[in-house]
Ligand binder design. Sequence first.
Ligand code: ADP
Ligand code: MG
Length: 268
Amino acid sequence: MTHSGPELMPETWSTNDPVLSVRNLHKSYQDQHVLRGVEFDIRQGQVKAVLGPSGSGKSTMLRLMALLEPADDGEIRLRGRRIGVREKASGAVALPERELAKERRNIGMVFQKFNLFPHLTACRNVMLGLTSVKGIHHKQAEEQAMAMLQRVGLSHRAGHFPSELSGGQQQRVAIARALVMNPDVLLFDEPTSALDPELVGEVLDVMESLANDGMTMIVVTHEVRFARRVADEVTLFDSGVIVEQATPDEFFDNPQHQRTRKFLSHVH
Ligand code: ADP
Ligand code: MG
């Protein structure tokens, strides 16, 4: 398999263009067609909330965007660069693994289940990507990790292991771990769904403060109030396609699609 040079060249990209852009994205598992032509754009500093029923393909979309799995067809661009995606029509193929690994650093992901290393302290968890992926020296990595832990309000827990932290604290460590890599975009996959209700607020507060600082974020969530307050745009995802995209006011108060009205009648 070869790819033609120009397709991999960084193309002209301006800050008004989407940071991350997805076209005609398809993914199947066995005979189940999970993503059916997803089209999605996010601009610098934008916060997009993605709502949708369980099983509709939201996590799959994020995993593909984060380059954790290959698409079957379609295109993903990061700052205008076409990254790691097949396109049946043009014959373009996925980037080689080495290139993929490089691009992955630019896309941060926060999972529902935190996924921290249990044998490493909070600080070590945050440092790991810096030392192992970016090759930054221990001392400097530690400083950056401590600054990020402070950013999420956890510098006093830096020496604690995940088992010594609450779920909300663990998720804030996971956010610090993603942030410290300085990604172009941060993807959240139901970041508060595994938390006890009383711990949800501290995580949403950190996310809101990142949004206010201009972080580019895609947030898959069931937290309707958060979506309404923080997102610039709200998206309804259903059966592997995007059904509706609108500002929060439009989305919640004047949805255009019957499917959205039905979904909202269940969550309100
Ligand atoms: P959501 O996040 O919206 O709940 P998912 O993206 O997790 O939806 O899943 C969409 C569908 O794809 C589900 O039916 C799920 O069972 C299926 N699916 C997701 N990942 C895999 C996988 N690795 N192997 C097989 N089926 C999968
Ligand atoms: Mg999911």
